[in-house]
Design a protein around this ligand. Structure first.
Ligand code: WT7
Length: 644
């Protein structure tokens, strides 16, 4: 077996599901065998969890790869599946959203409330001239209207393109133009870090160069002053006065539901296109299966922003299609204090929490004593998404948030996959800290080498089409083929761009982006493994590792490390610790203690920028960076640090 990527970290801890959870789990062990026996029949069964206006004639059309079609001939309406059918089933009084504003104001929306709002918004969009197939850009804070806007688009068959509310004028303008959006839905602003943060001026500036935009629909959230043009209309006038009667039309299974742009570090963002029937089938099934959702009793909370795919699939479409009750929070985790998340969990008796490793490591850095002040005993299941979770961060999450009781589902997926692909099933899987474990039932993934052959350490490939797969890159089929389907053209596999290993039990360990892999004296070493070794040291809260050009070893490992509050340790001790854990080949040439790491707005470490610092190059493009001042601080520190 040829290894493309070294396998260095050995993890032997294992946590079987709690017996009560296993006994009553939505999905049991037999699901894997069922899906293996007949994958398409398995997905047909999951599609039947939804309400279709017309049943499909064919499950999958893969006659023209990589362009897939799922549930061909089927017709449904996503908003109907998320709202109307629950109200018709008599659960209209169930709370859909417990919304909490950052300043502490609250709103409670039942399924009936959400349905009425969505019907009114749908009618308002129609009155504003939006029709089936048009694109609508959504640039909103985390308020219920953001979900309503998405659902209203889905209801009338307009394709939404949500742009994260933290993005700049340039990013917004480029996305509006690429999709030729006819309408922009926004707000005056939202609350962030204790103050109103304006959105409308950014929209005004962007829209000035977007001739396709006919109207701008504005929610009043903060009440701050806004400039007003002839294109602008208030949500409370337009939606507020619209009729609450609207019958959801039947839309084709392959109708374009949304475009979501993935940042892409340097190149033009890619407009990932998702469609209707297959997308909702997998988003809905995975939300129910992976989170073991019991809609009558669970209170679910996904802390993502709706500007990311996690917000699309696991705040809006997955949970609402399943009739879940959820918490939605507007602000940041440190406002007005660093216990805000735990306070909300205590207040709403949250049972399922879904968050990101970057947040978990930040909470660990802030200190164990903060969550300890709150009653977190309602939690029964925890989830993680967005990056590899280091084993020690996983252990911290389990102990300090999950009270050593709750399973953790480490869910691997991408904007492109639309829904979760690799994850434990909480009632079945004995979880290993740091591993996403196995492809879900109905999903086929392999770890392969350059030749596309299964291997212990190499590239993650998806070997069969899946219902919620991206259909193309908006307006650029060639780039779609080139980016995802050319590396393993012969095999017909989807190339995910991630490194991974598979252990002797078949568990999958994600090892970071392939572009970040370091080549040290002929060994391919993953950034994730070295970072995990560093985070395993009790003094370290967070670490980012890069390969910098080195005259003797090709590349040498340079680490940037954030210490836990109050910790004191020498960089030499940390270098020795890594060498002891992973072997001398992995001993970092240099370790730099830093206060912050450069991250994207979705919390991913930008290793490219750190590599430039390590190689003392120009920084390059920092526009997608969350906080650009971080870089100056790190490079200043680098100049004064002593290399040993
Ligand atoms: C990339 C996709 C999926 C929603 C949020 C991110 C990394 C994501 C995991 C995980 C290891 C993960 C991968 C992937 N990633 N989840 N559980 N373990 N890595 O969506 O912005 O499209 O990013 O995030 O590198 O390719 P995205």
């Amino acid at each position: 077996m040829s290894e493309t990527l070294e396998n260095l970290l050995q993890e032997t801890r294992q946590f079987p599901p709690p017996p009560e959870l296993a006994a009553s789990a939505n999905v049991k062990e037999d699901a894997y065998a069922e899906a293996d026996a007949d994958r398409l029949a398995f997905w047909e069964k999951q599609a039947r969890r939804l309400t279709w206006f017309k049943e499909w004639d064919q499950v999958l059309d893969w006659s023209n790869p990589p362009f897939a079609k799922w549930f061909i001939g089927g017709q449904l309406n996503i908003a109907y599946n998320c709202l109307d059918r629950h109200v018709e089933a008599g659960i209209g009084d169930r709370v859909a959203i417990h919304w909490e504003g950052e300043p502490g104001d609250t709103r409670t929306l039942t399924y009936s409330d959400l349905l009425t709002e969505t019907k009114k918004a749908a009618n308002a969009l129609l009155e504003l001239g939006v029709s089936e197939g048009d694109r609508v850009a959504i640039y909103m804070p985390m308020i219920p209207e953001a979900a309503v806007a998405m659902l209203a688009c889905a209801r009338i068959g307009a394709t939404h393109s949500v742009v994260f509310g933290g993005f700049s004028v340039d990013a917004l303008r480029g996305r509006i133009q690429d999709a030729d959006a006819k309408l922009v839905i926004t707000a005056d602003g939202g609350y962030r870090r204790g103050a109103p943060s304006a959105l409308k001026p950014t929209v005004d500036e962007a829209v000035a160069d977007c001739p396709s935009v006919e109207k701008v629909l504005v929610v009043r959230r903060t009440g701050q002053d806004v400039a007003w043009s002839s294109k602008d209309v208030w949500w409370h006038d337009t939606v507020g006065n619209a009729s609450g009667d609207h019958v959801a039309p039947a839309l084709d299974s392959e109708h374009p539901l949304f475009i979501l742009y993935t940042s892409g570090t340097t190149a033009k963002p890619k407009g990932i296109l998702h469609t209707t029937g297959g997308y909702l089938t997998q988003a809905s099934y995975t939300h129910w299966a992976v989170f073991d959702l019991k809609p009558e009793s669970d209170v679910y909370w996904c802390t993502a922003d709706i500007g990311w795919v996690t917000g699309h699939s696991y705040i809006v479409y997955g949970p609402l299609s399943n009739g879940a009750t959820q918490v939605m929070y507007e602000g940041t985790p440190d406002t007005p204090h660093k216990g805000r998340f735990w306070e909300l969990i205590e207040k709403y008796r949250v049972t399922i929490l879904y968050t990101a490793p970057t947040a978990i490591r930040t909470f660990a850095k802030w200190g164990d004593d903060i969550p300890a002040q709150f009653d977190l005993s309602s939690l029964r299941l925890l989830g993680s998404v967005g990056e590899p979770i280091n084993p020690e961060a996983w252990m911290w999450y389990r102990e300090h948030i999950g009270g050593n009781r709750t399973p953790i589902v480490d869910t691997w997926w991408q904007t492109e996959t639309g829904a979760i692909m690799i994850s434990p099933l909480p009632g079945v899987t004995a979880c290993k800290p740091g591993s996403a474990m196995r492809p879900l039932p109905g999903i086929s993934a392999e770890v392969v080498n350059e030749e596309g052959k299964p291997t212990g350490g190499g590239y993650l490939a998806l070997t069969q089409p899946w219902p919620s797969m991206l259909r193309t890159i908006w307006g650029d089929d060639d780039r779609f083929i080139e980016t995802y389907w050319s590396r393993f053209r012969e095999q017909g596999f989807y190339f995910a761009g991630d490194g991974a290993k598979r252990d002797e039990d078949g568990a999958v360990w994600l090892l970071g982006r392939v572009d970040d892999v370091m080549l040290v004296s002929g060994h391919n070493i993953s950034t994730t493994e070295v970072e995990s070794a560093l985070v395993a040291h009790q003094a370290v809260a967070e670490a980012a590792v890069v390969g910098a050009t080195d005259p003797t070893t090709g590349q040498a490992i340079v680490a940037f490390v954030i210490l836990r509050g109050g910790a004191d340790v020498s960089t030499n001790e940390l270098r020795d610790h890594v060498a002891k854990t992973l072997g001398p080949i992995c001993k970092p040439r240099q370790i730099q203690i830093v206060a912050e790491l450069p991250k994207t707005r979705s919390g991913k470490i930008m290793r490219r920028l750190l590599r430039n610092i390590a190689e003392k190059k120009e920084l390059g493009d920092t526009t997608t960076l969350q906080d650009a001042t971080v870089m100056t601080l790190i490079s200043e520190g680098m100049k004064t640090s002593t290399e040993d």
